[in-house]
Design a protein around this ligand. Structure first.
Ligand code: SF4
Length: 200
């Protein structure tokens, strides 16, 4: 499998302090993608689910992990590896949030995934929602055991602000969160008044 980054604590992509895992590889080439450097499966990112799990368990020794957020790249482009990795991480947390450019209906069976945000990124529909990259994307809660947690989390979000976290990693400065679309970078007012109706 190809994994480019593992960061902790991620507090802007899901409830609590999470481990964020960025898969490398995505053929969709969405305009305005915030991680084009992860479109290719660069050989330097080649690893195994066991190695990734081992790294995460090392983090868990000293830190509370509330869940995992898988993004990229598109984690679903490495479905088999993802389905292998998730059970390895289950002893730490079963709260697994996955971003994918695919539609839920076209995906194979999803095991161990708590919540899914699906659909390709459309820059023109980016309203700086704190969790959803563009408003065409859909949020699905797939594990009823986490309904209360995610309902509280979604209610706690300020729909007019998308918080950003910055990290310094081995491959440079990494900015995490839902970023403004390029065409809005110089504007002072953002059209953030759209209300989403998620299935919670
Ligand atoms: S699906 Fe996601 S990672 Fe892939 S190009 Fe689109 S925004 Fe980027």
């Amino acid at each position: 499998m190809f994994v480019a980054r593992i960061l902790y604590p991620i507090e802007v992509l899901g409830p609590g302090k999470r481990v964020g895992i960025w898969f490398a590889g995505c053929p969709r080439r969405c305009r305005g993608c915030s991680n084009p450097e992860l479109w290719e499966k660069d050989p330097r990112y080649l690893t195994t689910p066991e190695t990734v799990a081992d790294l995460v368990f090392r983090i868990a020794k000293d830190h509370k992990i509330d869940g995992f957020t898988f993004t990229g790249g598109d984690p679903m482009m490495q479905y088999d590896a993802l389905m292998t990795l998730i059970p390895l991480l289950a002893p730490i947390s079963r709260d697994v949030l996955v971003y994918t450019g695919a539609f839920l209906e076209e995906l194979p069976p999803l095991y161990g995934i708590t919540a899914l945000i699906d659909g390709e990124y459309r820059e023109e529909e980016n309203l700086c929602h704190p969790l959803i990259g563009s408003m065409n994307q859909r949020f699905f809660l797939l594990d009823e055991a986490y309904r209360v947690r995610y309902r509280r989390y979604l209610k706690s979000l300020d729909p007019t602000a998308s918080p950003i976290q910055n990290f310094h990693a081995a491959d440079g400065h990494i900015s995490v969160g839902i970023h403004r679309p390029a065409f809005l970078r110089t504007t002072k007012t953002l059209p953030n008044t759209t209300k989403r109706k998620d299935n919670l």
